[in-house]
Design a protein around this ligand. Structure first.
Ligand code: SF4
Length: 334
């Protein structure tokens, strides 16, 4: 059975915070908050399609701060979702939400548990106190730790979300953030390189020249490192980069936004591994064996990896080998 999410976007209209990267103020009122009946309608409409495709789905309340919205409204949405988890458990196998770390407390978790919430994701963004302060998040790394521990203790799946390249950020802070996420035993992680949008504080800082985010190449390098760290810790990275949207494309001033960002990061991991092995061998011509599924990542987008290695004096040809991730053989006369 293939697993998917049925996402319900719940905007945090009237959010009291002013995070530097967020354009919630400009979309407030434009993105309509769904009613419980609209949620029911969506779930009922999706049910036969999911059954037909033999898929299971979690009902996902996204948008930022699910547990910070009006309490009665939040409960009405949870009621709608839990009805479907109870009546169609073969398809709807859970409910997840994303929220701020400082919108988690024992009372809120009790409500979520009552309605069958399975996973809670926290928008941590960074575990560096200065980065959180500079980006006016209004919470500290300690809030993330406290909320994460409470979520784990209650038995929910813990999701942690981080951003890279915020105002005041450095790649080493992102690596530290990933280390803390691993120590906090996150069950899933999402990584979002910063996209600078018109109408945000970051947008102003960017236009004034006060702020520059990481370049695309730095971001891909960093994402490759983060993916490797989480992979070694056995934590799935369930999303990398913002979903494609017209709004982002229209309002983007800078930052890193690429529909195939994860593929680029995975390809960089292959490049780094090949380079390491090739340097170690002392040769210059190689055979690279890999499964068919990896070939495009080994070669790189627009043959980037191949060209980079050639620039450094290494050439290779690929041989398909089913089930193999990467094996490198130096050719004798190289
Ligand atoms: S990102 Fe910040 S400003 Fe935007 S909705 Fe969430 S808490 Fe509010």
């Amino acid at each position: 059975m293939k697993q998917t999410n049925i996402s319900v976007f719940v905007p945090h209209n009237g959010c009291p915070h002013r995070c530097t990267f967020c354009d919630q103020r400009s979309i407030s009122g434009v993105v309509k908050a769904p009613t419980a009946d609209e949620v029911r309608q969506t779930l009922a409409e999706q049910l036969p399609h999911l059954r037909e495709r033999e898929m299971t789905a979690e009902i996902a309340f996204f948008g930022g701060s699910f547990t910070g919205i009006d309490r009665a409204y939040m409960i009405s949405l949870l009621e709608a979702a839990s009805e479907f988890v109870k009546s169609a458990p073969d398809v709807y196998n859970g409910i997840r939400c994303s929220t701020r770390p400082d919108f988690i407390n024992a009372g809120i978790l009790e409500i979520l548990e009552r309605y069958g919430m399975t996973a809670v994701e926290l928008g941590a963004q960074s575990m560096n106190a200065d980065v959180l302060r500079l980006n006016e998040r209004g919470h500290t790394p300690g809030d993330v730790e406290r909320a994460a521990e409470m979520i784990k203790q209650r038995g929910f799946s813990l999701g942690l979300q981080m951003m890279t390249g915020l105002y005041g950020d450095k790649p080493e802070y992102c690596i530290e953030t990933a280390k803390r996420f691993i120590e906090l035993k996150a069950d899933t992680v999402r990584i979002y390189p910063t996209v600078i949008l018109e109408g945000t504080k970051l947008g102003e800082l960017y236009k004034s020249g006060e702020y520059r985010t990481f370049t695309a190449d730095e971001t891909i390098d960093l994402c490759a490192q983060l993916l490797t760290m989480f992979d070694e810790a056995g934590i799935p990275v369930i999303r990398m980069g913002l979903h494609a949207s017209r709004e982002v494309e229209e309002k983007m001033l800078g930052g890193v936004y690429h529909p195939a960002l994860r593929e680029l990061a995975e390809s960089r991991i292959f490049l780094n591994e090949m380079l390491r092995e090739m340097r170690k061998s002392g040769g210059s011509r190689f055979i690279v064996r890999t499964d068919k599924a990896n070939i495009s990542k080994v070669v790189g987008q627009k043959r980037e990896n191949k060209l980079k290695l050639e620039e450094l004096g290494y050439s290779f040809r690929i041989e398909e080998e089913k089930g193999t991730r990467l094996k490198i053989y130096a050719l004798q006369n190289s």
